[in-house]
Design a protein around this ligand. Structure first.
Ligand SMILES: [Zn+2]
Length: 499
């Protein structure tokens, strides 16, 4: 590897003084609490709303007239949230938008989950998002979610998070009997239909059949007042039943379930809470369903952003269709999502000149996609230049990132759904190890730098910064010299070396 690569490997920690290092550690203690409290999108929306209301954000119905500096919290379906901070500039000039997602790969319960087999009651699951199925058996799981009864009553379910709560688990096959399993491909070793979680073994003695299932159902009835059919209108998720933790003897990392993409959600949230009287209106949006292709009415493939911006503009007295189109197409966005950090255990899949590293700062990802950038938002260099200027001026440590070697896999983010409106978008987030696993790892430095990056973008980004200068006179179409002249400096160095 050449000089550039060596320079790149220098740790970001070495660039920070003690005060900044302490600030990064302090910031992450709040982050760790957030990860432990918000393991589902609904819980994330609750945490975001609470934090915003505490900081004086108001719901739209409490606002008569939109004034510059006004702070608004909007939510949708309990699974999407947005913080809006009104700027002084006209809305048609566009927004500074930071979009993260608060859904995360996990195991959802099926509509009819409960059954009995071989003296046990179990819960059937259907995995959500891109998981490696073998990672989920043989660990403690907690059940989070809601059950909506036919009359509309909402029952909140949260079992397995308190120290004395029972937990659930998916049993794994013992090595003694796993000869055939161990010879299978990893993708086939654990079958999706065998991801059934243990939920009880005691029988309901008065019954003749399904006695163990009946015992569990009785417990559910006593606690939540529900019938088995009520599980049809439920949204229940099995997630790892352990809290987020510090990782490493130097405590320099955070380990947790769900950091993709709550690491960007939390840092964007904290940034939005600190933004004050910006010139351009800020929208800090938290969306659902990214992990399953941004589908559904809580995912970004819907008209969610358009409807949200229309609502803001309507409240501001701007009802013309053209103003809405202008506002959207003049906006600038950071698609706040994670990238993969180079993992020394798997060096073969990374191209180290262009992949991102732990503790080297927030990651700017120009493009994602696969098979030749297919399905990617390929950010415009004019926009990236402005972001470079912004980050450098704000003291943000940043690096470039590409998702692994070319043609080795790939992935995507919500950026293309934002670009759809004509706005400028680039992916910008934190590099993770063990992404999409039940225990993802981030560097505290990178988490803190994401916060600083989002804050600078929300507060200070202007499309007028680093405005395109007129093209230089030399366009590069003059002929190349017949022989390459050696620079005087270079000949001095050669002479020096020969001594
Ligand atoms: Zn993801």
């Amino acid at each position: 590897m050449g000089e550039e690569g060596k320079k790149k490997e220098r740790s970001g920690w070495a660039k920070l003084d003690e005060a900044k290092i302490t600030a990064a550690y302090d910031f992450c203690s709040g982050y760790i609490d957030f990860l432990t409290a918000a393991k589902t999108e609904r819980e994330a929306v609750e945490q975001i709303s609470k934090a915003a209301l505490d900081k004086g954000f108001k719901t739209m119905d409490k606002i008569d007239e939109l004034q510059p500096g006004e702070k608004i919290i909007m939510t949708s379906k309990n699974k999407v949230a947005a913080l809006v901070i009104m700027g002084t500039q006209p809305l048609e000039e566009g927004f500074n938008l930071v979009v993260s997602h608060i859904d995360t790969p996990r195991l959802d319960l099926k509509a009819r989950p409960l059954y009995e087999a071989d003296g046990m009651a179990l819960l059937k699951t259907h995995y959500y998002g891109g998981i490696k199925k073998y990672q989920w058996p043989a660990m403690p799981l907690a059940l989070h979610g809601v059950i909506i009864k036919k009359d509309g009553q909402v029952k909140h379910v949260l079992v397995g998070e308190k120290a004395d709560d029972p937990v659930f688990t998916i049993a794994d096959l013992l090595p003694h009997l796993a000869k055939d399993q161990m010879e299978k491909k990893m993708s086939e070793a654990v079958n999706a239909e065998s991801l059934n979680a243990l939920v009880g073994t005691r029988p309901q003695v008065q019954r003749e059949e399904d006695v163990i299932k009946a015992f569990v159902m009785n417990l559910l009835q006593d606690r939540y007042g529900i019938e088995e059919d009520d599980l049809v209108s439920a949204e229940l998720q099995l997630v790892p039943a352990y809290p987020a933790r510090e990782v490493g003897m130097d405590r320099s990392m955070v380990g947790s379930f769900g950091q993709d993409d709550r690491v960007c959600a939390y840092t964007a949230l904290q940034a939005a809470l600190e933004v004050d009287a910006p010139a351009r209106t800020v929208i800090c949006l938290f969306v659902d369903k990214e992990e399953i292709g941004s589908a559904g009415n809580t995912g970004l493939k819907s008209l969610m952003i358009e409807n949200m911006v229309a609502e803001i503009m309507h409240k501001a007295g701007k009802n013309e269709y053209y103003s809405l189109r202008q506002a959207l197409s003049s906006s600038h966005a950071l698609s706040a999502d994670v990238n993969a950090a180079v993992d020394p255990n798997y060096p073969d899949v990374f191209e180290k000149m262009n992949c991102s590293f732990m503790s080297q700062g927030v990651v700017l990802t120009k493009y994602t996609g696969s098979r030749g950038k297919s399905d990617s938002n390929d950010a415009n260099p004019e926009f990236i230049a402005k972001i470079r200027q912004l980050f450098d001026e704000a003291g943000v440590i940043w690096q470039v990132g590409e998702l692994g070697k070319v043609d080795i896999g790939g992935g995507g983010t919500v950026s293309k759904y934002l670009a759809h409106y004509g706005m400028e978008v680039v992916d910008c987030g934190v590099a993770l190890l063990s992404m999409h696993s039940p225990f993802e790892v981030a560097s505290k430095l990178d988490v803190y730098m994401a916060f600083l990056a989002y804050k600078a973008f929300m507060q200070k980004f202007s499309p007028r910064m680093a405005a395109s200068k007129p093209a230089t006179e030399k366009r590069g179409d003059e002929p190349w010299p017949k022989s390459t002249p050696v620079s005087p400096k270079w000949s001095e160095r050669l002479a020096e070396q020969r001594k």
